[in-house]
Ligand binder design. Structure first.
Ligand SMILES: *Cc1c(COP(=O)(O)O)cnc(C)c1O
Length: 231
């Protein structure tokens, strides 16, 4: 038997996503796939784009800009890595969605850059629900001032929340975190009168559980592209 191709694996993931949505009584169209292409080639990205995958996620600014320069302009790129304020200039206006806003300082810097460029930048807030020291994401206790800022930022459009739960071998153990993120989004919607439609949660090991718990964007790399090399 031949090895499944990248498009075969992508197709399979889409089927599994749709099945998970249906199990939860959700419309499969409401859970979309972000193909995480960091450390994978422009060639593989082009293959998937031509097969019909519109959105790709990248973690490293220089790598992403290099790929953008040579790939079709119609691709929608999402920035999912940890964003340092000194990289904000390179990111604003180039990525359809920035997933990892996790401090007031970063939000202010993004707002300043978006204003200077006269663009409106879509963003998500990454929340560190498990309060893991080594992980990025804002603590829930520090969320109110950031939420207040984003709710009124003229050049940022706050679209929802993003989560990297603790790593578990058993995806069921991540479920309470997914459910908690959904509840938190609900609280913020009510509190700020915002739509906040997006919940970015679920990766290769746990995307089905995440969709059952309400994910609207799942970020999947390894399951589609295979193992990543190093930088
Ligand atoms: C790399 C990465 C992913 C994809 O991880 P896989 O386990 O390869 O699916 C998702 N989200 C973020 C933030 C990542 O850095």
């Amino acid at each position: 038997m031949d090895q499944p191709s990248i498009t075969d694996r992508w197709q399979k993931v889409l089927e599994q996503m749709a099945a998970a949505a249906r199990r939860a009584g959700r419309d499969p169209a409401d859970a979309r796939l972000l193909a995480v292409s960091k450390l994978h080639s422009a060639h593989d990205i082009r293959t998937l784009f031509e097969a019909g995958q519109p959105m790709f996620g990248e973690n490293y600014v220089q790598e992403a800009l290099g790929k953008m320069a040579i790939l079709p302009r119609e691709i929608s790129w999402h920035f999912i890595g940890h964003l340092q304020t000194n990289k904000v200039k390179s990111v604003v206006g180039r990525f359809g969605l920035i997933h990892g806003v996790d401090s007031l300082k970063l939000a202010r810097s993004l707002q300043g850059q978006a204003e200077a460029m006269d663009v409106v930048q879509d963003v998500l807030v990454q929340v560190n629900l498990a309060e893991e020291k080594q992980k990025s994401g804002i603590l829930e206790s520090e969320l109110p001032p950031l939420a207040e800022f984003l709710a009124h930022a003229t050049n940022l459009r706050w679209r929802g929340l993003m989560l990297m739960p603790p790593f578990f071998d058993d995806p069921d153990r991540a479920r309470p975190y997914f459910a908690r993120l959904r509840e938190l989004a609900e609280t913020l919607r009510t509190g700020f009168g915002l739509a906040l439609p997006e919940l970015s949660m679920g990766m290769t090991g746990d995307f089905e559980a995440a969709i059952e718990e309400g994910a609207t964007l799942v970020r999947i790399g390894t399951r589609i592209f295979g193992e990543r090399g190093s930088i």
